[in-house]
Design a protein around this ligand. Structure first.
Ligand code: SF4
Length: 745
């Protein structure tokens, strides 16, 4: 490697939420290679194809290199940065004055760095005094946040990836881990190969490559797994496999209004017999019984899940019911036992959840409604008390529903700035939202042209991660720093510079003083500002200084409450979680952790240190197949592509391996509709349609179709078909389940 590069620069992969550590190889000022970081605790040097080849898209000729403003004739004109930024700010000021502070929105991404999300969030909430701040993590992990907060009182997992290697039973739910988190899957496979007695259970509508290594597959009709989780709990208790001591000491049973006895919980579960649930879900009763036994009796069970659980109208409840299984069996707060949400995007956890870059949150993952927290943030930001609006802004689906032109009185949001995301391809039920994006004043920051830049008024060329540096979190509360390796092409700039330039022109220079060309210096200032907000809180990153993150080869897991603290593998356990001994935390939050408590869920809202076992009634998805729309449609990713394919379709090796999307269809259904492999199939929902080539496979149950969503060709864009019904708690849409009909095209 010494011969092919001038230097190796430390970084992270900018694709999935695994957070693989990398070294970026630079030669003659260009990135020419990427290799895994063997010291990284996430991936131990291994990478999947996306991480390994990421640099190839950086030099694609389509890179956006200059700011552009759309002209009256509809064409873009190349302009200077001053011209572009002056124009953007002039328009923002105009809308603010005419329609109020909430008429201009920010829509960010779990692919922005933490410093960028924090900066835009601060600019909007502290500067514009508007909570109209959202990001695409609402579309992927909001239900996981809702699940953690309603069960444990605080967002993000108790444990870490390291639990995988200690687990005796691994339960994968709604996660095609092999394709969506390939390096996590590698860890699971390696653990299983070395320890064949370790049981792997997969609960999924499709027999994915993940399910193929499982000892047990629980096939399930989309959205019915809530009943399976209750049924497993019933079996566990019926067979006396539950942990009575843990339940008594560390949990309460509740429906949110009342607290119930254990007997009441048993009575509630009685309706979910495996046979009843088999009829509802198509999962064999025998499999439910076996899964319950393996999960409860393994000695250390770990559940991992992702979008299959979250992108649902009952996503929060599904998360709660997984946590229930862990709490009733005491499979939490010990090595190998954890209830672990895998995040889809590389920096949804660190960048958006933790910096509170959503409409209802503030940095530190606390609600804007919380007066004490607003006061704290205002103090750190040097704002007058009462500056931050206590009223949450609109969640993503509501925000895009409210976006439109000046002539439309029903659209209160008149302008939007988006960064590092492509909502014109990634929102569900696209037909409903495209006009609003087109009519509104839309400013788009990105590295490539996308479906969203096609609707934009101003396009601002952004730097790629390795051209600007910054911190990314990942699924296991770990923050890792990427150093800037090379300069961006043309006049492309780091988002953080763009945010600071807007702040300056808006008159908020004091709030965002990191207005400089050196992106790493600006990053450091933003990071230091951010960790000051988290000091002495349950999400403390105070000890993870920039200097330290630069030196650490594997990043740091929060809570990290003081300099020199090594970071936290497991929360809520005395001896592992530093907050048990952190005096300032007690002062700040008024949390008194009893001296003899070994396990204590200290963010419990009732102040009893307990987690909630939820009595959630069964509710199915928003749409189920009927006579007119007889199929379930579910969507997802493939190993090669990242989200809307903006980058991965510009990596030749990857584009060749997966050139277009397709629909998976069971042979029985194909026969009924006279469909053969490769035939074009029209898929129609109540909202829209897509036309895709058929791939005939027994991977799914009959009656279930699967389509990946990376394809940018308009006729194959499956999000026109998807449902935008949202979870009432998390406001995450039900991408995973729609009722559709098909016909041979
Ligand atoms: Fe990147 Fe995820 Fe692949 Fe790791 S598993 S290399 S983070 S895409």
């Amino acid at each position: 490697s010494k011969e092919i590069v001038d230097k190796w620069v430390k970084g992270t992969c900018r694709f999935c939420g695994t957070g693989c550590g990398v070294y970026v190889g630079v030669k003659d000022g260009k990135v020419v290679a990427i290799k895994g970081n063997p010291d990284a605790k996430t991936n131990f040097g291994f990478l999947c194809i996306k991480g390994f080849l990421a640099y190839k898209c950086m030099y694609h000729p389509d890179r956006l290199k200059y700011p552009m403003i759309r002209q009256k004739n509809g064409r873009f004109k190349k302009v200077s940065w001053d011209e572009a930024l002056d124009y953007v700010v002039k328009k923002f000021k105009y809308y603010h004055k005419k329609y109020g502070k909430d008429s201009v929105a920010y829509y960010g991404s779990g692919q922005c760095t933490t410093e960028e999300s924090y900066t835009f969030n601060k600019l909007w909430k502290g500067g514009f005094r508007s909570n109209m701040v959202e990001g695409n993590p609402r579309l992927c992990m909001a239900s996981a946040v809702g699940g953690y907060i309603t069960t444990f009182g605080s967002d993000e997992p108790v444990g870490s990836y390291a639990d995988i290697e200690s687990a005796k039973c691994i339960f994968l739910v709604g996660s095609n881990t092999s394709e969506c988190h390939p390096i996590i899957f590698r860890r699971i496979m390696r653990h299983k190969m070395r320890n064949p007695e370790v049981k792997v259970i997969v609960c999924e509508p499709r027999k994915t490559n993940t399910a193929k290594i499982a000892d047990l597959w629980l096939p399930v009709d989309p959205g019915t797994d809530l009943a399976i989780f209750h049924s497993m709990a019933r079996e566990i208790i019926k067979n006396n496999w539950h942990d009575k001591k843990f339940i008594d000491e560390h949990t309460r049973i509740t429906d949110g209004k009342n607290v119930y006895t254990f007997d009441k919980y048993v009575e509630f579960l009685e309706q979910f017999t495996p046979e009843t649930v088999e009829k509802l879900s198509r999962c064999p009763a025998e499999n439910i019984r076996k899964a319950a036994k393996w999960f409860a009796t393994s000695g250390a069970s770990m559940t991992l899940w992702t979008m299959g659980l979250n992108q649902r109208t009952r996503g929060v409840w599904a998360n709660n019911l997984i946590h229930n299984l862990h709490l009733i069996t005491g499979n939490i707060c010990k090595p190998g036992a954890d209830s672990f949400s895998l995040t889809g995007q590389p920096n949804a956890c660190g960048g958006v959840r933790e910096t509170g870059s959503l409409a209802h949150l503030l940095p530190g993952t606390k609600p804007v409604k919380n007066k004490k927290w607003r006061t704290h943030v205002e103090k750190v930001w040097g704002l007058k008390p009462g500056t931050i609006d206590p009223k949450p802004g609109f969640h993503t689906i509501k925000m895009f529903g409210a976006l439109g032109g000046e002539k439309d009185p029903n659209k209160p949001i008149k302008a939007m700035l988006t960064s590092t995301t492509n909502p014109a391809q990634s929102l569900p039920n696209l037909n409903k939202y495209i006009k609003g994006m087109k009519d509104a004043f839309l400013v788009v920051l990105d590295i490539f042209p996308t479906k969203t830049t096609q609707l934009a008024d101003v396009v601002l060329p952004a730097a790629f991660l390795y051209e600007k540096g910054g911190v990314f979190g990942c699924s296991e509360r770990r923050s890792q720093l990427t150093e800037k390796a090379v300069n961006p092409p043309g006049e492309a700039k780091a988002d953080i510079w763009i945010a600071a330039q807007i702040a300056k022109r808006m008159g908020f220079e004091k709030l965002i003083p990191w207005n400089m060309d050196d992106s790493m210096k600006a990053n450091e200032m933003a990071w230091t500002d951010y960790i000051t907000v988290t000091k002495d809180t349950d999400h403390s990153l105070w000890g993870a200084t920039y200097d330290r993150l630069k030196k650490e080869k594997a990043g740091i897991q929060w809570p990290c409450p003081y300099p020199g603290h090594p970071g936290t593998y497991k929360r809520y356990v005395r001896g592992m979680d530093p907050m048990f001994e952190h005096e300032e935390f007690k002062k700040f939050f008024g949390k008194k952790i009893p001296k003899d408590a070994k396990i204590y869920f200290y963010m419990d809202k009732k102040g009893e240190g307990k987690a909630n076992i939820w009595l959630r009634p069964y509710k199915g998805p928003a749409e189920v197949p009927d006579a007119e729309y007889p199929f379930y449609l579910t969507t997802g990713r493939v190993i090669a592509h990242w989200h809307t394919g903006t980058m991965t379709m510009r990596i030749p090796e990857i584009a060749r391996s997966y050139p277009y999307a397709y629909v998976e269809i069971h042979p029985d259904d194909a026969k009924k509709y006279n469909i053969f492999e490769g035939d074009l199939v029209e898929i129609v929902s109540r909202r829209g349609k897509a036309i895709l080539p058929a791939r005939i496979t027994k991977n799914s149950l009959p009656g279930i179709l699967f389509v990946p969503w990376f394809d940018q060709e308009i006729s194959r864009m499956i999000n026109f078909v998807c449902n935008d019904a949202v979870d009432p708690g998390s406001k995450e849409p039900e991408f995973k389940i729609a009722a559709v009909k098909i016909r041979k095209h």
